[in-house]
Ligand binder design. Structure first.
Ligand code: HEC
Length: 184
């Protein structure tokens, strides 16, 4: 019996050790914590830097790509949304997918897996809305792919839908992708 309780105690030891004070020693030290004042005369939280803006809205949780495919686009593809999507696409997507959206960006050239073609000259699939609805593109931006990073932290959900509207209404309707495919 003694042996058994010793064995049980030994088994439990690692779990208990984890809760002992030394497990958070490193975090609790005399250092300045995030947003803490460096000025001892004025302790408390630091004021936010000038011109900093709070992030609006909350994160939209997306389980996986399949769940994203089913999401309906809540942002009407009007001129304003498409223009905003274009500005965001230029910042976040052109390095890899290129201005044309065909995947000819300068960063994309360096990747082992080339960025896929977002226009209808894509030879893997034709972007028909049945198999590749708006939610598919929204999901890809939010979750990322094997090589492509996730943009859920950089773009709010609404901003991501603006990008979707731009991809759908400008890139997939423009002649750029098509003429490039014909030239192949
Ligand atoms: C660092 C390079 C990089 C950036 C930046 C990038 N992508 Fe990608 N993207 C890729 C790569 C590489 C793939 C190929 C698939 C993978 O990585 O899983 C891809 C695939 C995709 C796909 C799937 C295409 C298909 O045919 O199914 C979509 C949609 C997409 N990207 C949209 C975007 C959008 C929109 C942005 C900007 C918010 C963006 N990507 C930014 C590299 C990038």
């Amino acid at each position: 019996m003694k042996k058994l309780s010793l064995a049980i105690a030994l088994l439990l030891a690692p779990t208990m050790a984890h809760a002992w004070p030394w497990s958070n020693d490193m975090a609790n030290q005399i250092s300045i914590k995030p947003q803490e004042s460096v000025d001892q005369a004025n302790p408390g939280m630091n004021p936010f830097p000038k011109r900093s803006v709070p992030v609006s809205g909350s994160t939209v949780f997306i389980k996986d790509q399949q769940a994203a495919n089913k999401m309906a686009n809540p942002v009407p593809a009007d001129e304003k949304s498409i223009a905003q999507g274009g500005r965001l696409f230029a910042i976040y997507c052109t390095p890899c997918h290129g201005q044309s959206g065909t995947g000819d960006g300068l960063v994309g050239e360096k990747l082992l897996m080339k960025p896929w073609n977002l226009t209808n000259s894509n030879d893997m699939h034709k972007w028909d809305t049945k198999d590749y609805p708006d939610g598919y593109i929204f999901g890809y931006i939010s979750l990322g792919g094997a090589v492509m990073p996730s943009y859920a932290n950089d773009l709010t959900a609404t901003e991501r839908w603006h990008v979707v509207n731009y991809v759908r209404n400008v890139l997939q309707r423009s002649q750029v992708g098509q003429t490039q495919a014909q030239a192949k």
